[in-house]
Design a protein around this ligand. Structure first.
Ligand code: IPM
Ligand code: MN
Length: 367
């Protein structure tokens, strides 16, 4: 088993959390005798500083030539005043488009061990397990025309929300396929009472659903969805939605988990898979060794599942995260009474747990 991974640590806490994700992947490779190669490149603010571009050519070429890309975070306050196309975030958007992955999978799971970190009562969040399937290459993020017109004082800004049938179909299929492996329920989220793009979205998803008679489809307006996610998160299995709605709702869903630091993502459907935690660069805590690496480590697990077809190994990592939480280890964002743990100690503990899990499985098979 060989896997060439391009690692893009990026800005803020990105380098700290990706270092732990790489360490966990190296542990898995060591245990099973796999060969995982890692090559690091610059993206975002660090790339602007070093190469004058948020996505240097060398970075893009390395990503395109690899089997999977693991990204930390992009974004830094010093670039807040720059036009959208010169900001660190532009590097990530260009990369997403170049890699071609159109379906961004974002699981939001309530781990019992940290249920008390959520402001939701545990009887509300307990057992919640949602998979967001966010369309990642369309909508307002990429629609043309976009920009500013007019002069000072009478400036007008505009963006374009646009979806084709084909763009909706392909991401809908990913959602229905995923639902088949879960609880066979898809909630499609739109704003079809106002937006034409959403009317096309709803029609198209409804038609695709006919090929999946074993999966239940329902539709929700995005405003109602935002409320139901918090009042009854257990109602949801797979949530399928367009780019901007998915961006917003997946951050909201972090509340179910207890911390944005826990959330992982995988972007599939393209030539090369892209794996990134949902959290941002968190400049306020960068470099302090206190960031939660679980989202990045869980993204590495998703990488093994989707880019290497290593389902067992992915599950081992996910179970290890759970074990470490069950044992009471806590980074600052999920502190509430547990054992205070640094970013690197958390990574180390997850590695130890992965090793134990595999040892136990071999011991079990030996008897
Ligand atoms: C995310 C982030 C990105 C997005 C930013 C950094 C461009 O918020 O992955 O959710 O909006 O997609
Ligand atoms: Mn976001």
């Amino acid at each position: 088993m060989k896997l060439r991974v391009t690692v893009l640590p990026g800005d803020g806490i990105g380098p700290e959390v990706t270092a732990e994700a790489v360490r966990v992947l190296q542990t898995v490779a060591g245990i099973h005798g796999y060969k995982f190669d890692f090559e690091e490149h610059a993206i975002g603010g660090v790339a602007i500083r070093e190469f004058g571009s948020p996505l240097p050519r060398t970075t893009l070429d390395a990503c395109l030539a690899s089997d999977a890309v693991l990204l930390g975070a992009v974004g830094a306050p010093e670039y807040d005043r720059l036009p959208a196309n010169q900001r660190p975030e532009a590097g990530l958007l260009l990369l997403r488009r170049a890699l071609g992955g159109y379906a961004n999978l974002r699981p939001a799971i309530c781990y019992p061990a940290i249920a008390d970190c959520s402001p939701l009562r545990s009887e509300v969040s307990h057992g919640a397990d949602i998979l967001f399937v966010r369309e990642l290459l369309g909508g307002l993020y990429f629609g043309e025309p976009r920009g500013f017109t007019g002069t000072n004082g009478s400036t007008v800004a505009h963006n374009t929300m646009q979806y084709s049938v084909e763009e909706i179909e392909r991401v809908a299929r990913v959602a229905f396929e995923a639902a088949r492996k879960r609880r066979s329920k898809v909630t499609s989220v739109d704003k079809a009472n106002v937006l034409e793009t959403s009317q096309l979205w709803r029609q198209t998803v409804t038609r695709i659903a006919e090929s999946y008679p074993d999966v239940t489809l329902n539709h929700l307006y995005v405003d109602a969805c935002a409320m139901h996610l918090i009042t009854s998160p257990r109602l949801f299995d797979v949530v399928l939605t367009e780019n901007l709605f998915g961006d917003i709702l997946s951050d909201e869903a972090a509340v179910i988990t207890g911390s944005l630091g826990m959330l992982a993502s995988a972007t599939v459907g393209g030539e090369v898979g892209l794996y990134e935690p949902v959290h941002g660069s968190a400049p306020d805590i960068a470099g302090k060794g206190v960031a939660n690496p679980c989202g990045a480590v869980a993204s590495a697990a998703m990488m093994l599942r989707h880019s290497a077809n290593l389902e067992h190994e992915a599950r081992d990592i996910e179970l290890a995260i759970q074990n470490v939480l069950d044992a009471g280890y806590r980074t600052a964002d999920i502190a509430s009474g547990g054992k205070p743990t640094s970013t690197s100690d958390m990574g180390e503990l997850i590695c130890e747990s992965v090793t134990e899990i595999v040892d136990m499985r071999y011991a079990y098979h030996a008897v």
